[in-house]
Design a protein around this ligand. Structure first.
Ligand code: KIV
Ligand code: ZN
Length: 512
């Protein structure tokens, strides 16, 4: 039997640290359920000690998820570790992931600690964590830029204290595949008790090599756990992407000789869910989950694929969860058909009220758009007004006028704490006018740092999905809105971003 590669997903912790990607507890829970369907081995649900919101998110995920191990990050101190243990109390399988930086630069400039102090703190932290749970991961932050002799001493000591997984992050994305692979290999060879723990890799993508480095850590270094995120979401250039790692190991099993327990048919639904929840759009040419990943545009390729698929295809689109754009529901579909499709898509709604709200939105959409695809349903259930009753701002209606040679004008009706208000403004274009119409009333003072539009299912008949990123007082939030009318989608996205700015307490990550 081949060795197993453990897939450790950190979308809800390291991924969430990406500016603007912070999620509410409910959003995190929905993604955790999808990660469970994907059959990831370990879900890093958050950093329990970082905020009350994150504590509650870890706690609710630990309560709800039965099949995956649930993990919380914690710094190497008793308070953080106790908070993590407390949040994980109800988990079927709980892991505490404690970390401290070990590179000269981080120890001296960030921690202002001597190497001996760091060594001592790492040992105490792992000892304390092992008294709470049996499964303890230790990460040497900025491990790849640490001195080999010192790192060997730290790793040997924490394994003696009971660490069951040793993670060597390339925190700043500085590694090169061959060098990183050999770094892990040397560590494993030099640490006398290295066989008592599972070795793990955690790579950032600053030089675009996170996946290559992780694979080298596995192949050359002998690591048996990879830490990764859906769509490669993460700070700066992101983390190692789960879909790429999984499909590389699966597709080239001849080379890696490893098994992964992932249900790959859940990859695309997971990618969509993370993108729609965070507002981080997936680039069309992204491997595995990009819209073009399986599109053969050139005549030569199309001809080859028609004659024999494997001339140009190394993976099958359906194996990673791409369904051919099929019309799944229409105007005449009833509540039961809608409910069943939600179940087939793996979407769990907490209450009948939520299903009723979603169904009403579906009917509204089906009146305006004759063909409803899975993508439309996914966008619809990501709509905050379906999953949350108590948003500060809600969209009601929009009228706008634009004509060549005239300055566009928009008049909008929206709710503030349930009460309807009106706003009107001119703008450079209809979208600009609509958002200024909202601001004429809200006066948020937020700066827009990103605006993007994407066609959900390809054609101009599709819904437009708009992402708006706002910045205010050092906080960054993303809002997402979908509608067949992209001006309306823009207004919805803007209101969604304002809701996120407003609901400070609800956002679980301590960002900015
Ligand atoms: O990149 C990093 O070093 C981390 C650790 C906290 C594991 O995310
Ligand atoms: Zn990281």
């Amino acid at each position: 039997m081949a060795d197993k590669l453990i897939i450790f997903d950190t979308t809800l912790r390291d991924g969430e640290q990406s500016p603007g990607a912070s999620m509410t507890k409910d959003e995190k829970l929905r993604i955790a359920r999808q990660l469970e369907r994907l059959k990831v081995d370990v879900i890093e649900a958050g950093f329990a000690a970082s905020s009350n919101g994150d504590f509650e998110a870890v706690q609710s995920i630990a309560n709800a998820i039965k099949d995956s191990t649930i993990c919380s990050l914690s710094r190497a101190n008793d308070r953080d570790i106790s908070r993590a243990a407390e949040a994980l109390k109800s988990a079927n399988r709980a892991r505490i992931h404690t970390f401290i930086a070990t590179s000269p630069l981080h120890m001296e400039k960030k921690l202002r600690m001597t190497p001996e102090q760091v060594l001592e703190q790492a040992k105490l932290a792992v000892r304390f964590a092992r008294n709470q749970v049996a499964d303890v991961e230790f990460s040497a932050e900025d491990g790849y830029r640490s001195e080999m002799d010192f790192l060997c001493r730290v790793v040997e000591a924490v394994i003696k204290e009971g660490a069951t997984t040793i993670n060597i992050p390339d925190t700043v994305g500085y590694a090169i595949p061959e060098l990183y692979g050999n770094f892990i290999k040397t560590l494993r060879e030099r640490v006398p008790n290295s066989d008592k723990a599972v070795w793990s890799v955690h790579c950032h993508n600053d030089l675009g090599m996170a996946v290559a480095n992780s694979l080298a850590g596995v192949k050359i270094g002998g690591a048996r756990q990879v830490e990764c995120t859906i769509n490669g979401l993460g700070e700066r250039a992101g983390n190692c992407s789960l879909e790429e790692i999984v499909m590389a190991v699966r597709t080239r099993r001849d080379y890696f000789g490893l098994d992964v327990g992932i249900d790959t048919s859940q990859i695309v639904p997971a990618s969509r869910m993370v993108s729609q929840t965070t507002g981080f759009v997936v680039q069309p040419n992204k491997a595995v989950v990009g819209a073009n990943a399986f599109a053969h545009a050139s005549g030569i390729h199309q001809d080859g694929v028609l004659k024999a698929r494997d001339t140009y295809e190394i993976m099958r689109a359906e194996d990673v969860g791409w369904s051919a754009n099929k019309i799944v529901l229409g105007k005449l579909s009833g509540r039961n058909a809608f409910k069943q499709r939600l179940q087939e898509l793996g979407i769990e709604m907490d209450s009948e009220t939520e299903i009723n709200t979603a169904f009403a939105k579906f009917k509204e959409l089906a009146d305006r758009k004759s063909e409803i695809f899975d993508e439309d349903i996914l966008a619809l259930v990501s709509d905050e007004s379906v999953t949350s009753e108590k948003e500060q701002y809600g969209f009601v209606s929009l009228a706008q006028h634009s004509e060549t040679g005239e300055r566009p004008h928009a008049a909008i009706v929206f709710t503030v704490e349930g009460k309807e208000v009106h706003g009107a403004a001119d703008g450079n274009g209809p979208v600009d006018a609509s958002l200024k119409a909202i601001e004429s009333h809200v006066k948020s003072g937020a700066e827009m740092v990103l605006y993007s539009v994407n066609a959900i299912s390809g054609s101009t008949e599709s819904q437009g999905e708009v992402t708006v990123r706002l910045q205010h007082s050092g906080r960054v939030v993303n809002g997402v809105g979908a509608d067949p009318d992209i001006v309306v989608a823009s207004a919805k996205a803007y209101l969604s971003a304002l809701n996120k700015l407003h609901s400070k307490a609800d956002r679980v990550a301590a960002q900015g």
